[in-house]
Design a protein around this ligand. Structure first.
Ligand SMILES: [Zn+2]
Ligand SMILES: [Zn+2]
Length: 134
């Protein structure tokens, strides 16, 4: 099975995932905008197991529906590399940009379209949700 490694900016924190992504999505919510410093977040979900190399600092944020997301970022350079959702331990969400792979599969889902910057154009055929999908 193929594997991929996502890395922070300085290389201290890395996560290795296996197989193809279960799903790739982008999120335009304001929390993701602040978290990434970009105007939307791009995330890929992978099935466990995954391996973490290096030291991560954690930040837990509650989503609109009460889910608690545990973000892991590098204490040296501050890049958020991956996160998990408390109570759903079957997968890990990895920041697509941390793979530094322009050939990575395009997103199929776009959420929090109500917060999308109007100049951001979505790829054809993407499923769009006004907020979080139910
Ligand atoms: Zn780093
Ligand atoms: Zn978001």
């Amino acid at each position: 099975m193929s594997s991929r490694i996502a890395s922070c900016s300085c290389g201290q924190l890395r996560v290795e995932v296996h197989g193809e992504a279960r799903g790739v999505g982008i999120c335009h919510c304001l929390a993701c905008q602040r978290r990434t410093g970009s105007v939307f977040a791009a995330l890929a979900s992978f099935a466990i197991p995954f391996e973490v190399y290096g030291t991560a600092t954690e930040y837990v944020r509650s989503g609109d529906h009460g889910a608690r997301f545990r973000f892991r970022f590098c204490p040296m350079c501050g890049t958020t590399v991956f996160h998990t959702e408390e109570g759903s331990s079957a997968c890990v969400s990895v920041a697509v940009g941390a793979f530094a792979d322009p050939a990575f599969p395009a997103p199929q889902v776009s959420v929090y379209d109500c917060r999308r910057h109007p100049w951001v154009q979505l790829p054809a055929g993407i499923r769009t949700f006004e907020k979080d999908p139910p």
